[in-house]
Design a protein around this ligand. Structure first.
Ligand code: SIN
Ligand code: FE2
Length: 222
């Protein structure tokens, strides 16, 4: 369920009718949000798949290239995983422990197939875990080779305030809440828009037994 701060008096964003019983997609600053794209059953069905990935490729607490610890814990599935350490931000073909990244679960790829299509499939699924107090500063996703390919984000668990800016640093920003089951496409002119997570509303969802938020981002790296 999404909640727009600006919802009252701005219903024009909700112009098109709902389809397949789902709320209609909403566009904000060029990003397209599919609210409640995954129903509760679909969300629950993803959890064992993700636990399986995390068992094989454990969550790590990355540091920025400047040595600052990140509050979000991360791992990946797919041919590549996104990593950050003193050497920089990059895609790596192995987990920092040296193990292979597990394959992206088919049920996760199905979300991409349904929304983006089958011409290309993502070769990285970054898994971000936000515990209480975790956040992510404004950044661009620009470590991929082809910015013509979108990044697709799936939110599970506690709701999070997602901030979207411009493609230039320091421009105006707007925010919205991403709830469990929401899917966001960052593509087209918004592919290089600055974005980040201001905060999560810890304990707002009962999907994850101990609370927190999982965000999956599907990326075409090469
Ligand atoms: C990201 O930008 O990598 C994560 C976005 C999110 O957690 O919703
Ligand atoms: Fe990002």
């Amino acid at each position: 369920m999404l909640i727009f701060e600006e919802m009252a008096g701005n219903m024009s964003r909700f112009g098109s009718p709902a389809q397949n019983g789902r709320p209609a997609p909403v566009t904000l600053r060029g990003m397209t949000l599919y609210p409640n794209h995954l129903d509760r059953g679909a969300q629950e069905a993803l959890l064992p798949e993700l636990r399986h990935v995390i068992a094989a490729a454990p969550l790590v607490s990355p540091v920025t290239p400047w040595g600052k610890p990140m509050s979000v814990r991360m791992t990946s599935a797919g041919q590549f995983g996104w990593v950050s350490d003193r050497r920089g931000y990059r895609y790596a073909d192995h987990h920092p422990s040296g193990t292979e990244w597990p394959p992206i679960p088919e049920s996760v790829l199905d979300i991409w197939r349904e929304i983006v299509g089958t011409a290309r499939l993502p070769d990285c699924c970054l898994i971000n875990f936000y515990g209480e107090g975790a956040r992510m500063g404004l950044h661009q996703d620009r470590d991929e080779a082809d910015f013509g390919q979108p990044v697709l984000s799936v939110s599970l668990g506690d709701r999070a305030r997602f901030r979207i800016g411009d493609t230039e640093k320091g421009g105006p920003t707007e925010s919205l809440w991403l709830g469990s089951g929401d899917v966001m496409v960052m593509g087209g002119p918004a592919r290089l828009a600055y974005h980040g997570i201001d905060r999560i509303d810890f304990g707002s969802s009962d999907l994850l037994p101990k609370g927190g938020r999982i965000n999956l981002t599907l990326r075409v790296v090469t």
